[in-house]
Design a protein around this ligand. Structure first.
Ligand SMILES: [Mg+2]
Length: 446
C-alpha cells in the first residue's frame, strides 16, 4: 500500500477542513456517501472540522450534524463564518446593530456581543425608516407614535458598530436602514450634514455570492447582499464601503481559527503537519485554502529567518488575537495545505469551458482513432475548432456537442468562470467527498 512506503521523514499527520453545503449536505440532506466518508476519517483518527460560511448557532449545527452523521461531535468540530468574532473583545460591549435572519439571533451572544439590537428592533423604535411597503406607508401616516416609541427614541443610544451576519429576508428594508445608520454615524435622530469619515466599523461574515441549495442553480448568498450594500453606499456617498473585519471563507482568519480547533482535536496532541481542505466552491473554499497555504509558507520563512537571527517578528493584530503560534507546527512537507474540489455543489464541470474542451478533444481523438484518421494529427485547443466535422453516424453526439459549444463560444460570457484567479485552482478535483477522503487516507500515514 502506498502509505506504508512513506518514510518517517515524510510522515503526514493530516487535519481536514470540510465544507458542509454542497460537500456533506445538499439542501440540508446528506449525500448517499457522506456518512461513510466522515466515519472513515473518524475511524482513522484524522482530525477534522466542518468549516461553513453559514451563520448557524454552533450548538444547533453540532446537534444536526451529530444526528445526520451519527457521531458524537462537539463545538470543536464546527466553525461558522462569524466564529472569529469571539476574539474581537473590543466590540463586545459596544452598541451593535445586527443584520441577519431570526435563526441567527441566538448566535450573537454566543459570539460575545452583549449590547445589540436587530434591524427589525430598530425599525420598531423608528418606524419611519422602513418606508418601502406602500400599505405600510399608509399605516404609518395614519398612526401616531406610541408613548413607548417616543421614550425609546429619546433614550436611544447611538449605534457604535454594525454586525452583518447573513442575508436578511427583506433586503430593501435592511439596505435602507444600514445606509441610514452609516450616514448618521449611528443615530437616526441626527440630521444629515456630511458623509462621515471614517464610517462606523462594519464586521461582516460570509461573502459568498452564492451557495448551493436544492435548486439546480446556486442561490444568492450574503455576498450578494453585501454587493448591493457596497454598490448603494458608493452610489450615494461616492465613497468606498470599508470593512473593519471580514470573516468566513476565504478569509485567512477563519482558516487560522479552524486550524487551531483541528490541532485541539488531534489524537494525543500530535502536531498537524498537513491540512487538507475539501470544498465545492473554487472562489471560496479553494481560494481560502490557497491564502492559508501562502500564509503558512510565509510564516515558515519568517520562522527560519527569526531562528537564524534570534530576533522576533511582528505579527498582525488579527493573528495575535486569534491563532496559536503556527511556527510551532512541524512542517516537513513542501506543501502544507492541499485543496480538494468536489463536483457536487457550486462547481459544476458542465459550466467549465476547459472541461468541455477536454471532453471534446478526447471525443475527437477517440473518433479519429475509430475511423483510423488519427494518423499523427495532433490537435490542440486553438486549432480544434477549425477541424471539419466528420459526418458519420457515430459522430452525431460529437457534432451536437461541438455545435452547442461553438454557439456558446460565439456569445460573450456564456461560461461561468471559476478560475479567473490562480488562487481558485484546486490541487485536486474529485467527484465527491468519498473520493476526497479516500485520497487523504491514502496519502496519510495514520
Ligand atoms: Mg459549499
Amino acid at each position: 500500500m502506498q502509505h506504508l512506503e512513506i518514510t518517517t521523514d515524510h510522515f503526514v499527520n493530516p487535519g481536514v477542513f470540510i465544507d458542509i453545503d454542497g460537500v456533506v449536505l445538499q439542501g440540508g440532506k446528506p449525500f448517499p456517501w457522506s456518512k461513510e466518508a466522515i466515519h472513515a476519517l473518524w475511524n482513522n483518527d484524522i482530525p477534522f472540522v466542518f468549516v461553513t460560511n453559514g451563520t448557524y448557532c454552533s450548538a444547533v449545527l453540532v446537534e444536526n450534524l451529530t444526528k445526520i452523521l451519527e457521531l458524537p461531535f462537539t463545538s470543536d468540530h464546527v466553525v461558522v463564518a462569524p466564529s472569529p468574532c469571539t476574539a474581537l473583545t473590543d466590540f463586545h460591549d459596544k452598541h451593535v446593530l445586527v443584520c441577519c435572519q431570526e435563526d441567527s439571533h441566538g448566535l450573537v451572544p454566543e459570539l460575545g456581543f452583549s449590547n445589540y439590537l436587530t434591524v427589525e428592533e430598530l425599525v420598531e423604535i423608528f418606524p419611519d425608516l422602513d418606508y418601502v411597503d406602500h400599505n405600510r406607508r399608509k399605516y404609518l401616516l395614519s398612526t401616531p407614535l406610541s408613548d413607548e416609541q417616543k421614550k425609546a427614541q429619546e433614550e436611544f443610544r447611538p449605534i457604535e458598530a454594525i454586525l452583518l451576519l447573513g442575508e436578511p429576508i427583506h433586503w430593501e428594508c435592511s439596505l435602507q436602514i444600514l445606509i441610514d445608520i452609516l450616514m448618521t454615524s449611528g443615530d437616526p435622530r441626527a440630521k444629515f450634514k456630511f458623509v462621515p469619515s471614517p464610517h462606523l466599523p462594519i464586521i461582516a461574515a460570509n461573502k459568498d455570492l452564492t451557495f448551493k441549495g436544492a435548486a439546480a442553480l446556486p442561490r444568492f448568498g450574503h455576498g450578494a447582499f453585501l454587493e448591493c450594500l457596497e454598490s448603494l453606499y458608493k452610489k450615494i456617498t461616492k465613497n468606498e464601503l470599508e470593512y473593519e473585519e471580514l470573516m468566513g471563507k476565504p478569509y485567512l482568519v477563519t482558516y487560522e481559527y479552524a486550524a487551531e480547533q483541528i490541532q485541539r482535536l488531534s489524537k494525543n496532541g500530535a502536531k498537524i503537519n498537513k491540512f487538507f481542505m475539501i470544498g465545492d466552491n473554487p472562489e471560496v473554499d479553494v481560494k481560502g485554502a490557497s491564502i492559508f497555504k501562502e500564509h503558512l509558507h510565509s510564516l515558515e520563512a519568517k520562522s527560519s529567518r527569526r531562528s537564524s537571527r534570534h530576533a522576533s517578528c511582528a505579527t498582525s493584530r488579527r493573528h495575535s488575537l486569534v491563532v496559536p503560534d503556527f511556527s510551532e507546527f512541524e512542517f516537513r512537507q513542501t506543501k502544507h495545505v492541499e485543496s480538494i474540489l468536489v463536483c457536487t455543489g457550486v462547481y459544476n464541470p458542465s459550466n467549465d469551458l476547459m472541461v468541455h474542451l477536454r471532453s471534446l478533444f478526447d471525443s475527437k481523438i477517440c473518433l479519429d482513432s475509430n475511423n483510423n484518421q488519427a494518423d499523427g494529427e495532433h490537435l490542440n485547443e486553438s486549432n480544434y475548432f477549425n477541424v471539419p466535422i466528420i459526418k458519420t453516424d457515430s459522430s452525431n453526439q460529437f457534432d451536437f456537442d461541438t455545435n452547442e459549444l461553438r454557439n456558446a463560444l460565439s456569445r460573450k460570457n456564456s461560461f461561468i468562470s471559476y478560475f479567473d484567479d490562480h488562487q481558485n485552482m484546486p490541487d485536486l478535483t474529485v467527484d465527491n467527498l468519498k473520493d476526497a477522503v479516500e485520497h487523504i487516507i491514502k496519502v496519510s500515514r495514520v
